[in-house]
Design a protein around this ligand. Structure first.
Ligand code: ADP
Ligand code: MG
Length: 353
């Protein structure tokens, strides 16, 4: 039987990451009362008592998610924790513990793994996280890190991807597109270095965007800010794949449409100038770039006065009826359909997840 099945060889790139997850998990049913939310959000939600527990896992694979020729090992350790914490905060929960599993080939000496753990330790210290376990094994090709993060929240505080209502405002923290443009700079310098190893790159004009790529932060502060402002989002997600892909997740799971305004998308001046230098459209980068680890959420209109003028938050659109569809309203006031072009792990042309 197995042999027959193996003769069918559908390339993973045919499905895309989200279809693949759906395909592999479609027949799994939730059977336990303690499983409040399984697959399909930034994190799963479990309840063993009065507090709810959120759990999330992410892989980082050498050559797919990171390139050690410009990613220092310490930063890699730091970033692998951050991407998981971000999913916990996206549930409006507080991150508490992580487990770390590592597979390394014999190319990596002890000192290399020590550096990775220095980064992990720094993230644990800054975000107040306990490292509680994991697994260690060898690998035939490169370095693979898988981290699981656990967090907790009161039941009434958890925010899912579903829950947005028509007329809710769409809000994003920080600014977008910087991590992707930082990656473009690092890739360019890597090519320059290959040609002339004596050439010292001048990264000074790009410090912000390179840091956003190499040392991102998770928006724990935004979860606290919203609590202090007494604003509970109606839906929330973190921006790992790109704004358009995340907006579509919120819309689909909430069964609403959306008008997203191009001229409201927050961009750092370094993103704008680097996009000009590379001759790429900054809106495209914000919509499809990925790895920003900002929080994207919806709030009801009556909460608007509470967030108005806050430098960390930008209203970029509003939700509409599902039948209206999902749109980008351009600077020229044209309405175009929003499509998911976030990074796709299995896309033949892109190697980033
Ligand atoms: P994120 O970008 O927030 O990390 P993903 O797109 O990786 O989210 O995952 C979406 C949902 O699918 C999550 O609930 C995640 O736990 C689940 N998921 C991802 N990969 C698998 C898998 N191989 N098996 C089961 N569930 C998965
Ligand atoms: Mg997420």
């Amino acid at each position: 039987m197995l042999e027959d099945k193996n003769q069918l060889r559908t390339p993973l790139s045919k499905l895309g990451e989200f279809n693949l997850i759906d395909h592999l998990t479609q027949h799994f049913k939730i059977t336990h009362e303690s499983t409040i939310k399984g697959i399909g959000d930034d994190a799963a939600v479990l309840n063993f008592g009065n507090k709810e527990v959120v759990v999330t896992t992410d892989f980082l694979v050498e050559g797919v998610h990171f390139d050690l020729s410009y990613m220092p090992l310490k930063h890699l350790g730091y970033k692998s924790v951050i991407v998981n914490l971000s999913d916990v905060y996206a549930m409006n929960a507080e991150a508490r513990q992580i487990t770390v599993s590592i597979a390394a080939s014999n190319r990596f000496p002890l000192e290399a793994l020590e550096e990775v753990y220095e980064g992990i330790a720094l993230a644990c210290k800054i975000y107040n996280i306990d490292l509680i376990g994991g697994d260690t094994t060898s690998s035939t090709s490169g370095l693979i890190i898988s981290i699981t993060a656990l967090g907790e929240a009161n039941k009434e505080d958890i925010v899912y991807r579903k829950g947005a209502k028509p007329n809710d405002l769409l809000v994003v923290s920080g600014d977008l597109g910087a991590a992707y443009m930082g990656l473009q700079i690092l890739e360019r310098e890597k090519e320059v270095f290959k040609v002339n190893p004596n050439n010292q790159p001048d990264l000074e004009p790009y410090t912000y965007i390179v840091e956003r790529q190499l040392k991102p932060e998770a928006r724990k502060d935004i979860v606290k800010l919203l609590k202090d402002l007494e604003v509970k989002p109606t839906s929330m997600i973190d921006i790992s794949d790109g704004l358009s892909s995340e907006v579509i997740h919120l819309c689909k799971q909430s069964k609403v449409g959306c008008d997203l305004y191009e001229n409201k998308i927050p961009l750092d001046p370094q993103v704008i100038s680097t996009c000009e230098e590379f001759n790429i459209d900054s809106t495209t980068i914000a919509l499809s770039g990925g790895e920003d680890y900002e929080l994207l959420f919806t709030i009801s209109q009556e909460d608007y006065p509470k967030i108005k003028g806050n430098p960390n938050l930008t209203v970029i659109g509003f939700m509409t009826d599902e039948s209206t569809g999902m749109h980008l309203v351009t600077r020229a006031e044209e309405k175009i359909s929003l499509i998911a072009r976030g990074w796709n792990s299995f896309d033949d042309n892109e190697s980033n997840a």
